[in-house]
Design a protein around this ligand. Sequence first.
Ligand SMILES: Cc1cc2nc3c(=O)[nH]c(=O)nc-3n(C[C@H](O)[C@H](O)[C@H](O)COP(=O)(O)OP(=O)(O)OC[C@H]3O[C@@H](n4cnc5c(N)ncnc54)[C@H](O)[C@@H]3O)c2cc1C
Length: 339
Amino acid sequence: MALLVTVELTVNTPKISSKNVSSLLGNIKNVEISSHVPLKYVGRWQIGGPADVVVEPLDARAVSEVLKCLGAEKVPFLVIGDGTNLLFDDAGFRGVVLRIGRRMSQIAINGTHVVAQAGIWTPVFARKVGCAGLTGAEHTVGIPGTLGGLVVMNGGSQRKGIGSNLVSATVVDIDGKVNILDRNACEFSYRKSNLQRPDLVLLEAAFEFSTANKADVRRRMIEIMVSRRKKFPLRLPNCGSVFLSDPKMYDVVGPPGKAIEDAGLRGRRIGGAQIAPGHGNFIVNLGGATSSDVLGLIDLIRRTIFERSGFLMDCEVRHVRPDGLLQPAHLSVQSGKWN
Ligand SMILES: Cc1cc2nc3c(=O)[nH]c(=O)nc-3n(C[C@H](O)[C@H](O)[C@H](O)COP(=O)(O)OP(=O)(O)OC[C@H]3O[C@@H](n4cnc5c(N)ncnc54)[C@H](O)[C@@H]3O)c2cc1C
């Protein structure tokens, strides 16, 4: 069972330059195009300057056509879901943000087999799987963002990653060609996958879950939600856990949040950004925070924890540079010392 309509693309894409990218993509059916979009209205941190163009394709064919067009003309582009794991730069992004969102959010459940489009909101996906009497997706119920972002990041909670239940991922490449990758080809590991590539868009994914009692699944989801609400500062704009947990460091000093708290860094501020007083591994936007403020706090945390414990923590959160390069945020810190 697949949701995707696989298409052989025969569209003759005209030549474009980044100057007229907006009008050229306008020739493609089923895309929504906006120009000069402040990225602070796109990402969860509510930080970031303008992107030249934001394009939201409404179906798989449109994604292929847009990619082909951008690829042929070498227009810089960046694929995003809901921006819940991204730090956009104060300078914005000189290129095209390709957003796979709610318009591509169909889901089909057949027995224990589930196929969903990349744009479905993860908590909705988890609830639909649970309501079908299936277990295995409960750990994702409180994770904001799209299923596409979740799969690409191999996201999860309760020490799980969504990759364990994935059977195949349907992707489209820069030539507009659709490919189906099995789980092995996706190379999932802790918060990593082979899908973290700038030239690949995830269209949909297929999963296998196990049958379970619906009421038990529901109860488990509620427990997870209650525990997350207590643990995480959800009131102010943030991007979830900033640093990855390193198993070696975990054994010696604990998870990043504890290490940051033990170092007395909770509540520290740079400009409008603050290390959350309630959770050391969250950085919140108190209002008017800039990407430099956040990168400054990341640098401060990394240096302090390294000096105290000898462990250099890496970021889960990814920084979008103005040229479109997407990298773990610690690689962008200003001091240069830690790059
Ligand atoms: C309050 C809060 C709590 C969080 N808790 C958790 C948690 O418990 N566990 C966890 O794992 N994460 C957590 N996160 C982080 C984040 O929610 C997840 O990583 C989420 O799955 C990202 O989805 P997104 O759609 O927002 O992706 P984005 O942030 O938009 O993108 C993330 C990455 O995926 C890529 N991407 C997105 N969609 C596609 C696509 N269709 N095709 C190709 N590439 C794509 C982007 O290029 C980028 O590299 C939390 C975030 C917040 C704000």
